[in-house]
Design a protein around this ligand. Structure first.
Ligand code: ZN
Ligand code: MN
Length: 485
């Protein structure tokens, strides 16, 4: 019998991304910018589904969905329909979600596309559809133990695109790489920002070697996806090792406890009683509109990556990591305009900066760091004011406080300029490149001051002037001793 650990894993994803650049919801005029608002303040009779109201499709949402479809190499439908997906859940005021028919025979906005991952792997995309977000439930503690569920409908009706893949990913890591790439594409398009809390969520289906498919719901961020999948694979493998069968079911990812728990046996299609939404006419997408969107296509991650390599001469790997995160790539370019060692700069950003962000669980935007601060830190290293090792601490502090590198170095007395050895090394360099001044300095105090000045300049003025004076004079004395011998 084949080892359980060798059995092939297949993962498919169903991703929901809010169209965060839209001002209003998908079918009403309520503001879609709900995150900082009091609960249930961004609602109206339409998104609450009150009798007698009629939805109107947000034109920009359709345009954004078409743009996304084109960027994902998909076939855009010339005519598409909304459907009602009926189910009862407290986060859904209407008791149905306006969505698109998501089974064979349905006509979503687009189908049959793919994303090519760095490294060449192709992940096929089955379809892309538009639908509305439900509201948001919050629990006391966990979903299992909470006595109450509070509901906030501000999110209900916000426009989502749902993107469904074929089960083409073979490891949780690959799923993470796919999600990163997808996020980067949508961010490059400017239609969805993964930095906003809850703006990109996914469900996953996972099976081990043609076994039963298990779905995992409620993965609240792309970051959680790899973790949830790893847990689920281990759970399934353990069952298989014990000779047990894996049942078809839907499981819930409990972010706090980091486990999946059984939620329900999978609904069948008829449970949703799909039917065409009678209050909305079919949407016709003309080839002219598609051409129009094509010409509005901005630079996508692959092209961006190529450009970073060509324009700044940075290595492929750095360019890949930078363009995975549009905000980081833009940050890099802003720094690179004012700093002439882009290779070094890119190493700091994809290395230390990213690992700190990961450690702190923060997005770049959530930190206080600025391009000016990073440049000031690099210049301090160039001047030898601080070592690379100290710079790591400075960088971390800059992320947290937004202070400039100089300020931090000053406050924490991190200067390495008190380091006599280092000043001596610099003095050797200065003596070698200023032989005339050195000769003069053996006789004239004025030339000594010039050499001290050079040493101060080499350290960008950070050396202790007294120590600089002593180091130069000692060096001159040694020279005099050597000559008189
Ligand atoms: Zn509304
Ligand atoms: Mn959906």
């Amino acid at each position: 019998m084949q080892e359980v650990a060798d059995l092939k894993v297949r993962i498919g994803l169903e991703v929901h991304c809010q169209l965060t650049s839209l001002k209003s919801k998908l079918f009403c005029g309520c503001s879609a910018d709900y995150r900082q608002s009091e609960p249930n303040t961004h609602i109206c009779p339409v998104c609450m589904g009150l009798p007698g109201t009629l939805p109107v499709v947000n034109r920009r949402a359709v345009e954004d969905a078409v743009l996304a479809a084109l960027a994902l190499n998909m076939e855009v439908s010339s005519r598409t329909l909304f459907y009602r997906k009926n189910y009862f859940y407290p986060d859904m005021p209407k008791n149905f979600q306006i969505s698109q028919y998501d089974r064979a025979g349905g006509i979503p906005i687009a189908k049959n596309g793919y994303i090519k991952l760095d490294g060449g792997k192709i992940v096929r995309i089955t379809r892309l559809q538009l639908e509305e977000d439900p509201g948001k439930l919050s629990y006391e503690g966990t979903i299992e133990t909470s006595r109450v569920a509070l509901v906030d409908y501000n999110r209900a009706g916000v426009a989502l695109i749902e993107i469904v893949t074929e089960p083409d990913m073979n490891s949780p890591r690959e799923a993470r790489v796919f999600l990163q790439k997808l996020r980067s594409i949508l961010e490059h398009l400017g239609i969805s920002s993964g930095e906003l809390e809850g703006s990109m969520r996914c469900d996953a289906n996972i099976s081990i070697e043609s076994g039963t498919r298990v779905e995992i719901k409620n993965i609240s961020s792309f970051k959680e996806a790899e973790r949830a999948l790893n847990f689920e694979i281990t759970r399934q493998r353990n069952l298989l090792r014990k000779g047990m069968r894996i049942g078809r079911e839907t499981r819930h990812w409990d972010e706090t406890r980091r486990i999946t728990i059984s939620l329900r046996v999978k609904e069948e299609e008829e449970d949703y009683r799909y039917f065409p939404e009678p209050d909305l006419v079919p949407i016709v997408i003309t080839s002219e509109q598609i051409e129009n969107r094509k010409s509005a296509m901005p630079e996508l991650p692959d092209r961006h990556k190529e450009r970073l390599m060509a324009q700044y001469g940075i290595p492929l790997q750095n360019a890949e990591v930078l363009t995975e995160n549009k905000a980081l790539a833009e940050f890099f370019e802003e720094c690179a305009r004012k700093y002439n060692r882009p290779d070094l700069l890119s190493n700091w950003l994809v290395g230390d900066l990213l690992s700190y962000l990961y450690e702190m669980g923060l997005e770049l935007r959530e930190t206080k760091i600025t391009p000016e601060n990073v440049i000031s830190m690099l210049k301090l290293i160039d001047c030898g004011t601080i070592s690379g090792k100290i710079a790591k601490d400075v960088l971390k502090e800059m992320l947290l406080t937004g202070k400039s590198a100089e300020e931090i170095v000053e406050e924490k007395s991190m200067k390495r300029i008190a380091d006599e050895e280092y000043l001596k090394q610099l003095t050797e360099k200065i003596f070698a490149s200023n032989p005339g001044a050195v000769r003069d300095a053996l006789r004239m105090e004025k030339a000594v001051r010039f050499l001290v000045g050079q040493l101060m300049k080499e350290t960008c003025g950070k050396a202790d002037p007294q120590l600089a004076n002593i180091v130069i004079k000692e060096r001159l004395k040694r020279l005099r001793d050597e000559e008189s011998r």
